[in-house]
Design a binder for this molecule. Structure first.
Ligand code: ZN
Length: 720
């Protein structure tokens, strides 16, 4: 039998052989096996079976066709749309008309109308999607927490099965190399990220995030040159994440609701992606799994964005599954499912064993039960899929605890209820209160206690024997990148962060979280004056939010109000070991800018020691050395800065100027040229270049540079 299997090609043929064995003797198959061909009709002819045998084989061929398609390792395309609310997509009932492409795709697939995220934060939720495990098990509950090697990981599992794997992500937050999502590139042949904190003059779309169209352009290039074999493609589109700033056309059309504009734009990007898949002949026979990682609160329950609360606006998410050849098209699954079920489902569809460590369940049988054909054949269609209808859905958020020191939140959706475990627990009857407005926890203590007990049980059973976490270990640059996205890095005390639910209820402090997020985003956008009152309010409410004090110090420093900045920054250097690098750096910047250059040196030295990979820290120390008569030390630091970031304008400019002032014009020239290339509009680079050309006795070039500098000066003067 083994020999026969070796001769036939493909699992489908093995199925034929197995079924043949039921009706004809093994000996006969063995004898005829030499002549087995790939074509099943040829097999049937050559086996010379009787009529009954032929008929049974014919039927079996019909029956196995779908299995054969699945067995051929379907291409798998995972699409995660960041921050898209379930109530914005047409296929879940939105009448806003934002998602014609997604709605058309949904016509060919399976719609899960009650799908829920397990965590309202990007890295935690994506870790659940890709590992098929709960946040309390995978432990990626904060930015920068490494994804452990021992976790089951969909890309790695598919790669082991011969898949070609590629990821195209839209934001710094999922960039493993930038340190905010370490380990997420495991199992990927190609992981397209490459994000960083913006340099002066750069916008967020060049640095922190990438618009959807660009993410898809990158994917299209890879697809056009992809290697042979089944593929796993992960596309992550970040556009709907705040700040809501869609491209001009959508910004104008949705001026009243830029969030909706982002979603309409995302939909247009999806149209590009689907077209590319069709062009590459990947649309029809691929599995496409499309989902959001979490929603967006938009002010509901007083939360502006996401990350803290566990209500439907951030936890109910769109989920679509298009199977190869549109199997089970137009199937609606109304049972509750979770993002934790996505990875096991995709493995199941591909015919790959689901590891025991995965905690979600394949949704394939639920899809089959709810399919149109199954429903037609069921007397009582309501019963289809009810086996999972009562299954509880667990979600949690530790962000409030880790960023602010408040209580974590945990929730369970079960039956008609949403239960939220919190210092003041909450219970909502969603059948009559879909907006979760009327807390029944005190009115109905029996239900509350039952759900609390069930939540404890689900959590206890799913937390597993996961290893203790290392904790995120973010350096100064990583903390800054995180702040640039509007998030607060974890507080340093792990013990405090994971303490049980016995501290401040986030419900009482949500305004503080909103203010903090807004303040961080305003600082990122250079709106320091607007950030000041936000951060002052945060500190007035809760003086122990160290990150707020540091950011307020930065805001005053950028505004030139050093008398206010310096005490805040000095205090910040003492308060948190995690933030000490950033605090010393910013204290150095404020001292330098206020004229105390010798005083800035020790702070910059501390910052460099803490963040040796930070080109800004090396540059700043170099410039402090340069101004305190330590030219050799300055050159060393500036060279290090340029080694880390060759495009660092200020480091090129200063290094070129130092060499020029030392009389080494030849060495100076390439640095100054580079500086003027990086920022052609900068006057300083042209003036310094003019000096250098004069030193080199090249008067024409010197004059050209002076003219360029004058032109730039004129163009920057206000018109009269
Ligand atoms: Zn997200």
């Amino acid at each position: 039998m083994r020999r026969i299997k070796a001769r036939v090609q493909g699992l489908a043929d093995i199925f034929v052989v197995k079924r043949v064995v039921r009706f004809v003797s093994l000996r006969r198959v063995m004898r005829d096996s030499e002549r087995l061909q790939n074509s099943r009709s040829a097999e049937i002819r050559r086996l010379k079976l009787n009529w009954r045998g032929r008929m049974l084989i014919f039927l079996s061929v019909l029956l196995i066709l779908p299995t054969a398609a699945a067995a051929a390792k379907p291409n798998i395309i995972l699409i995660t749309l960041d921050t898209v609310r379930a109530d914005r997509v047409g296929f879940l009932g939105s009448t806003r008309g934002l998602t014609p492409t997604l709605d058309a795709l949904a016509q060919h697939g399976v719609i899960f109308s009650r799908a829920y995220s397990q965590a309202p934060l990007t890295t935690a939720s994506h870790a659940t999607i890709l590992t098929g495990t709960f946040p309390q098990f995978h432990g990626v509950n904060e930015f920068g927490e490494p994804l452990r090697d021992d976790l089951p990981f969909l890309p790695a599992l598919l790669k082991q099965q011969g898949y070609r794997t590629a990821a195209f992500v839209g934001s710094l937050v999922l960039d493993p190399a930038a340190g905010l999502a370490p380990g997420f590139d495991r199992g990927f042949d190609f992981y397209d990220a490459g994000f960083r904190k913006p340099l002066l003059g750069e916008d967020r779309f060049q640095t922190l995030e990438r618009r959807g169209a660009k993410v898809i352009d990158h994917a299209k290039v890879w697809l056009s040159k992809r290697p042979e074999g089944p593929l796993f493609l992960w596309i992550h589109l970040y556009d709907a994440h705040d700040p809501y700033d869609p491209p001009k056309l959508y910004a104008e059309r949705f001026a009243h609701s830029p969030y909706d504009g982002e979603i309409a734009y995302l939909d247009s990007c999806m149209s590009k992606l689907l077209w590319a898949l069709r062009t590459e002949k990947l649309l029809d026979d691929s599995v496409i799994a499309l989902m959001s990682d979490h929603g967006e609160a938009l002010g509901q329950h007083s939360e502006e964005t996401h990350g803290i609360f566990l209500y439907d606006e951030t936890i109910h998410i769109p989920l679509l599954l298009k199977l190869p050849n549109n199997r089970y098209r137009q199937t609606h699954v109304a049972s509750r499912v979770g993002l934790v079920d996505v990875a096991p489902t995709l493995l199941d569809i591909a015919g790959i064993p689901i590891p025991d460590t995965m905690q979600g369940h394949s949704l394939l049988s639920l899809v089959q039960k709810n399919s149109t054909a199954a429903t037609r054949n069921t007397q009582n269609s309501e019963s289809a899929g009810t086996d999972r209808a009562a299954a509880p859905i667990y979600s949690e958020s530790e962000y409030s605890s880790r960023a602010f020191g408040w209580s974590s939140l945990r929730s369970l959706r079960m039956g008609k209820y949403l239960f939220v475990e919190a210092p003041r627990s909450e219970l909502y009857d969603e059948s009559v209160d879909p907006l979760e407005q009327h807390n029944l926890a005190q009115v109905n203590p029996a239900v509350r206690d039952t759900l609390q007990a069930k939540l404890n049980e689900v959590r206890r059973d799913s937390i597993g024997a996961s290893e203790p976490r290392n904790g995120a270990n973010l350096d100064k640059a990583q903390v800054e990148r995180l702040n640039a996205l509007g998030y607060v890095a974890a507080r340093s005390t792990q013990e405090e962060a994971t303490a049980p639910i016995n501290r401040t209820d986030p419900k009482d402090k949500i305004d503080v979280a909103n203010c903090m997020h807004e303040g961080l985003m305003q600082i990122e956008e250079g709106r320091y004056g607007e950030a000041v009152p936000k951060l002052e309010r945060v500190l007035a409410e809760q003086p122990d939010i160290v990150a707020a004090r540091l950011q307020l110090g930065i805001a005053f420093s950028r505004l030139g109000q050093y008398d206010k900045a310096l005490p805040l920054l000095r205090q910040s250097t003492q308060e948190s070991p995690d933030l000490a690098g950033s605090a010393h750096y910013e204290l150095g910047v404020a001292l330098f800018a206020s004229g105390d250059i010798p005083g800035s040196v020790p702070d910059f030295e501390f910052a460099v020691a803490r963040s040796p990979q930070s080109s800004d820290a090396h540059y700043s120390l170099g410039s402090a050395y340069a101004q305190t008569d330590r030219a050799a030390d300055a050159i060393k630091e500036l060279l290090t800065a340029l080694h880390l970031t060759p495009q660092h304008y200020m480091a090129n400019l200063l290094l070129g100027r130092i060499f020029s002032l030392q009389g080494d014009a030849q060495t100076s020239l390439p640095y100054l040229k580079k500086a003027s290339q990086i920022r052609p509009d900068a006057v300083d680079a042209h003036l310094f270049l003019a000096d250098t050309y004069e030193q080199l006795n090249r008067p024409n070039e010197a004059q050209a540079e002076r003219q360029a500098a004058n032109l730039k000066k004129l163009s920057t003067q206000p018109a009269h």
